[in-house]
Design a protein around this ligand. Structure first.
Ligand code: SF4
Length: 283
């Protein structure tokens, strides 16, 4: 399904349901969305969200699978695409079986024309993956605060050919990052009601470290806390800041896979070239 996520082309959710795992999950947008779809009667979403003991919306921990969403979705794509799997769950959640993970990996291996982006907070489980991952499976970990930094070591221990970090929502300064064997970094602020703010200096520090380690950087957004109230077509609206750091967009991608080259062209054509940081940092 076409998506608004800037660093991919398509998002498919062959599984839904989760549990909060770290501070980055505190304002999980997927819970609200899943609750709405559950209330609307969508079968895939039944039983995944409830009100917890504090009377707040929360995941139940139930994972619902709908593998055809991915297999048929991929079959419908006519061009090489970048595909983000599971924005409404975590592929490596404890209630996902090893057989189900094998199913994903086989599907990815058998469709090499696409690039699959698999992002997890469960780094312990990827460290246990005892298999060669296909070249077109990019594996990423979420790092939102210093307490998540150990996830980068878990990622490093995997056999993924492209390893990436999603530093979103960035909720504190991460300090010095070990970017050895990291191929790509995405950064973004938090979206949604009562979103936490992101200090520009935290972002500058990541940019500088990516530059010095020659790791491509994709700066996605400043987040809702940095949006400004403006009058647009007669209505008062919150308008997001353009995703620039000190006057430049950072929209870099790793690798020259045809799906990535296509995405790179699309992204670059939406921005003014003169404002772009170089889009290739690795030969
Ligand atoms: S891992 Fe993702 S989907 Fe699961 S609770 Fe955290 S933010 Fe939400």
């Amino acid at each position: 399904m076409a998506t608004k996520i800037e660093w991919t082309d398509e998002t498919f959710n062959p599984q839904v349901g989760c549990n909060r795992y770290c501070k980055g999950c505190d304002k999980c947008y997927a819970i609200r969305m899943a609750n709405r779809l559950q209330a609307q009667g969508y079968v895939k979403y039944q039983g995944v969200v409830h009100k917890n003991h504090k009377d707040e919306l929360d995941w139940t921990g139930k994972i619902n699978f709908a593998p055809k969403v991915l297999s048929e979705g991929v079959r419908s794509l006519s061009t090489p695409s970048m595909i983000f799997i599971n924005s409404m769950s975590d592929t490596f959640h404890r209630n996902v079986s090893d057989d189900q993970i094998d199913w994903y990996i086989n599907l990815i291996k058998n469709t090499p024309q696409h690039v699959y982006q698999v992002l997890t907070k469960r780094h312990e489980r990827i460290a246990q993956l005892d298999m060669e991952l296909p070249e077109n499976m990019w594996l990423g970990v979420s790092v939102c605060s210093k307490s998540d930094l150990k996830a980068i070591d878990g990622l490093r221990s995997s056999s993924a050919k492209v390893k990436f970090l999603s530093l979103e929502p960035l909720i504190e300064d991460l300090g010095k990052l070990n970017l050895a064997d990291v191929d790509w970094v995405i950064v973004g602020g938090e979206s949604g009601p009562s979103a936490r703010g992101m200090d520009p200096d935290w972002v500058r520090s990541i940019r500088d470290q990516c530059l010095s380690a020659r790791v491509p950087l994709f700066f996605k957004q400043w987040g809702t806390a940095h949006a400004e109230w403006q009058i647009v077509e007669g209505k008062r609206k919150r308008v997001k800041q353009p995703p620039m750091i000190d006057g430049k967009y950072w929209l870099q991608f790793p690798t020259d896979h045809p799906a990535v080259n296509r995405k790179r062209r699309d992204v670059i054509s939406t921005y003014t070239r003169s404002e772009l940081a170089p889009y290739r940092v690795r030969a």
